[in-house]
Design a protein around this ligand. Sequence first.
Ligand code: PXG
Length: 460
Amino acid sequence: MSEVLKNYDLEELKKLDNDHHMHPFTDYKGLEGEGGSRVIVRGEGCYLYDAEGHKILDGMSGLWCTNVGYGRKELAEAAYEQLLELPYYNTFFKTTTPPAAKLAAKVASLLPDNMNHVFFSGSGSEANDTNLRLARHFWQLEGKPNKKIIISRENAYHGSTIAGASLGGMSAMHKQAGLEIPGIEHVMQPYWFGEGGDMTPDEFGIYAARKVEEKILEVGADNVAAFIGEPVQGAGGVIIPPKTYWAEINRICEQYDILLICDEVICGFGRTGNWFGHQTLGIKPDIVTMAKGLSSGYLPISASGVGDRVYNTLYEKGGEFFHGYTYSGHPAAAAVALRNIEIIEREGLVEKVRNETGPYLAQKIKELDDHPIVGETRTLGLLAAIEITNDKAKRTRFEPAGKAGTICRDEFFKRNTVMRACGDVMVTAPPLTIEKSQIDDLINTARECLDATAKELGVI
Ligand code: PXG
């Protein structure tokens, strides 16, 4: 880091930020009222350091993305070397660069056998825009131009661009921009704790999947291009579908000839104990969205994995695909992503999550089940959630919704630990390098925060 960036005056920095910086997903007046932003200045392993010198355990991997942890010198070197050699060139107009070509091949080798091509974008949102365009273009080329509708789920998160937010099922986002765009339909999410009622999880998994089938029958299979889903909904609250759900979705997509888009932006690159969530959950995707863990967030890059069925149609019948971004396959970002994948392989991080830290996190977080305000804990690999409830049997919430989660999140903040609140669900997704002793710290802090939350709510 340059000295200029190190020699900041904290108060001045906060003022500049407050006066000029519009943060994402932020209530501007509210942020100012709370004294502005926390200034993060450094990262190492699973820890962040703020400008006041606090050491913070990052239970969220930044925003679900720093899979190999912070402070990886070799990722900085990969960027530096590539920036010196060739900082930028595009991948349009019959050109490529060594990192882009190698990364495409590497990512394809990790994807299913029938998925051999990759389209690069800059972010998860852009990749999902790409996917929407790919799916509609595919069906036009197949002579079925009416197959345009994309079915998604309520409370899904697929990004913040117009297509990303439309594909997502966050009603607050839709309201602010008059979304969703035409041709997108939302059905029930497979969220047993919140919406499963008296059904067993397995019954509910089938029930929720059949909502997709009902929607297809309602709008007509001849009008449906694709179904999109996160293997496990991340931002929605680490919603791990019942075991029956994805098998039924596979069946439905096959039966009605609908493309299956798997949004692996959070679940990819080891998070669930396999390279991808679709492997862990037995999903058969035609298109896969990747971002975040692809480069561990060190530089922005995303990718769409494109299955042979879609690719071959574009190849045989498509002519030019009129789509692409200035930064598609950016050489420095691609070089970092390649080195990042190398680190994940070399350090056996996927296996570590599957065999060691994933099971350990599952075991430790289960110990919180006895807490008076915990309704359920659930994990898959290094994704975990704690449901805060005011009635364990009825699975109901404290009023008003979201208050308990906010209190609990603030308690974590006070203890220099990051866990995120999705409404009243506390979620964690630590770096894949996390050690068992750090998982102990995370869960011990969680118990303290739940105690403090229960006290503030007048429960204990
Ligand atoms: N798909 C999924 C499944 C995501 O989680 C995106 C697409 C969009 O990626 P980009 O790179 O365009 O942001 C995401 C991003 C949160 C939070 O608060 C989650 C995301 C982004 C910002 C905040 O949990 N996920």
